[in-house]
Design a protein around this ligand. Structure first.
Ligand SMILES: Nc1nc2c(ncn2[C@@H]2O[C@H](COP(=O)(O)OP(=O)(O)OP(=O)(O)O)[C@@H](O)[C@H]2O)c(=O)[nH]1
Length: 548
């Protein structure tokens, strides 16, 4: 793909824009702003859609970073810039960028332990990642950081859970002024759009205005509000509200509870009582994004005391740091289910960790480019492997790669076990398989490059097998078994591959039988030899065939 994009803008402001320039310089392939080619006027430029969610186009024509997470995004940018010109990521050359990332996280108000463990896992993954042809190391690091950010924020989107029968009860808790009452209306609006009927329950009896506020908001979104004034007990109000919802066949009730200036025993006890009275499907703690890591510890504290199912993060629109969004899941173990981005009832949306990470990095284009490149690499690797198998060139390097990949997924037989109708394997068998991989690895590690590539060298020379045994501290018999196992694997794979290509029918019963028996019989025992009389002869045939 072409490596340069030219900004042919007549607006000097747009050309001067430093962020756009630094981003354009950062990317090599594909160009980040190809859609700017041929744009001849500032008006045409302003009419373009924003290049990515993390950017905002000003009326002046300048592209500027949106406020949210702005600080963190800028901090991370300096990390990528330090990697320009390096040809691969190493422990040494990523040390400084990692310090920048750590600083950026701390400035975003992420707690020290969370930042530390984030840096550790990014470092480990960045160094361990294979170089992807065509991808710059800094782009690769962006991808690693993105994936880790997604994990840090909980991985997958955490959906609202609905009751299997009867009304779903959502209990909202939180400190004063975090936006609980507003969230009640926002949630009702969101659920109504999903086609659910809702009812709001006013169980905040301490602030009379809270009931009025809820009534007004309920009217605004067209949802009934159940209230008993300020004299009733919150748990009774919630219970009666639920009864009413049942009688009206309402799908969801949202219970608004009272907030306090800070966490206190009375509030926790009251919440526990309401929880006991209505047995909610969801207990959601509403927290203010602007309180950063404090919000995360609050979620942890409420979860420990009352038991919650998730958090709703409000006022994200005013938060330029992002510490709360980044820390809540890691600190409390509970997911963020929704985020509030404004005061309007429409300003609530499910929390998508992947979209949030992209917003932080502001580099959606880089990420999709790296993903595509990875896909191509995987495809090329798979094709190469297939060719090797079909041409009987499957060697010890491939063997090691495959067995490692397999052991990471939990052994070959576990994968077979995933096929409907096949037996599942036990954790003990998986552990055994993993031990076997280490055992084999120690022998393969002492082989010469030639021997790894051409296993027939070992098959044909006792001398070589003896040497490998001596250098790896194993017996000659164990080395011979490893060699024979490689040819077995080659034969099996050829057979399966042939079957997949319609050349043969796979003998799956036989295959399962042999894998099971292999796992039961200790390597090198007489039992194994007796069981494998047939298989060995077949393997020997395939070995002979190969050597011919
Ligand atoms: N910018 C912004 N403001 C919000 C958001 N959510 C709520 N607010 C505002 O925050 C203020 C407090 O919101 P409430 O819903 O009254 O808070 P509360 O938690 O119910 O307060 P108490 O009833 O006193 O416990 C209001 O002015 C809301 O408009 C948000 O996502 N973004």
């Amino acid at each position: 793909m072409e490596a340069t994009a030219t900004l042919t803008l007549s607006s000097p402001a747009a050309v001067r824009c430093s962020t756009a320039r630094s981003t354009a310089a950062f990317l090599h392939v594909p160009r980040r702003l190809p859609h700017l080619r041929g744009v001849q006027s500032a008006a045409a430029f302003r009419a373009l859609p924003s290049p990515s969610p993390g950017w905002r186009r000003r009326r002046s024509g300048m592209v500027v970073r949106a406020e949210m997470f702005g600080q963190l995004t800028t901090g991370l940018e300096s990390a990528w810039n330090k990697l320009r010109g390096v040809d691969r990521l190493t422990k040494d050359n990523i040390a400084e960028p990692m310090r920048d990332i750590r600083r950026a996280l701390l400035e975003a108000d992420v707690s020290v332990p969370v930042a530390r463990s984030f840096i550790e896992s990014v470092t480990e993954k960045a160094i361990g990642t294979d170089v992807i042809p065509g991808v710059q190391p800094e782009q690769q690091l962006v991808k690693v950081v993105n994936d880790e950010l997604v994990q840090l924020m909980g991985g997958d989107v955490s959906e609202l859970v609905f009751a299997k029968s009867g009304p779903t009860v959502i209990l909202l808790a939180g400190l004063q002024g975090v936006g609980k009452t507003t969230v009640c209306a926002k949630l009702a609006f969101y659920l109504k759009k999903m086609g659910k009927s809702c009812m709001l329950v006013a169980a905040d009896v301490y602030r009379p205005a809270a009931i009025d506020q809820l009534t007004i908001l309920g009217k605004k979104v067209g949802v009934p509000v159940y209230s008993e004034g300020t004299d009733a007990k919150p748990s009774d109000i919630a219970k009666n509200g639920l009864k009413e919802a049942k009688s009206k066949k309402t799908d969801v009730i949202i219970v608004d509870t009272a907030g306090r200036l800070q966490v206190d025993k009375a509030m926790m006890n009251e919440l526990k009582e309401v929880k006991k009275a209505v047995k909610p499907t969801e207990v959601l703690l509403v927290v203010d994004a602007m309180t950063g890591q404090e919000a995360a510890s609050l979620v942890g504290a409420f979860n420990g005391e009352v038991g919650i199912t998730g958090a709703i993060l409000t006022k994200l629109d005013g938060d330029s740091r992002g510490g709360a969004a980044l820390s809540i899941k890691e600190v409390s173990g509970k997911p963020i289910k929704f985020v509030g981005r404004g005061e309007r009832v429409e300003d609530l949306e499910p929390f998508y960790p992947d979209r949030m990470a992209q917003r932080i990095l502001g580099m959606g284009d880089v990420l999709s480019f790296v993903e595509q490149a990875q896909q191509v690499m995987r495809q090329e690797e798979a094709e190469e492997l297939q060719n090797k198998i079909m041409s009987a060139k499957f060697n010890f390097n491939d063997f090691l790669k495959q067995t490692k990949a397999i052991s990471q997924m939990g052994s070959f037989s576990r994968i077979i076990g995933m096929i409907p109708g096949m037996n599942k394997v036990t954790p003990a068998q998986i552990r055994e398989a993993e031990k076997n991989v280490k055992f084999m690895e120690s022998m393969i590690n002492v082989m010469s490059a030639d021997e790894r590539e051409r296993p027939e060298l070992l098959a044909g020379s006792r001398e070589r097998r003896r040497r490998v045994a001596k250098d790896s501290g194993k017996t000659e018999q164990q080395v011979s078994q490893l060699v024979s196992q490689l040819f077995k694997m080659r034969a099996r794979m050829q057979k399966m591959m042939g079957a997949m290509q319609g050349k043969d029918t796979p003998d799956m019963d036989n295959l399962m039988e042999s894998i099971k028996a292999e796992e039961q019989a200790a390597t090198g025992t007489g039992q194994r030899r007796r069981k494998y009389g047939n298989l060995r002869r077949r393997d020997l045939d395939s070995m002979r065939g190969y050597r011919r």
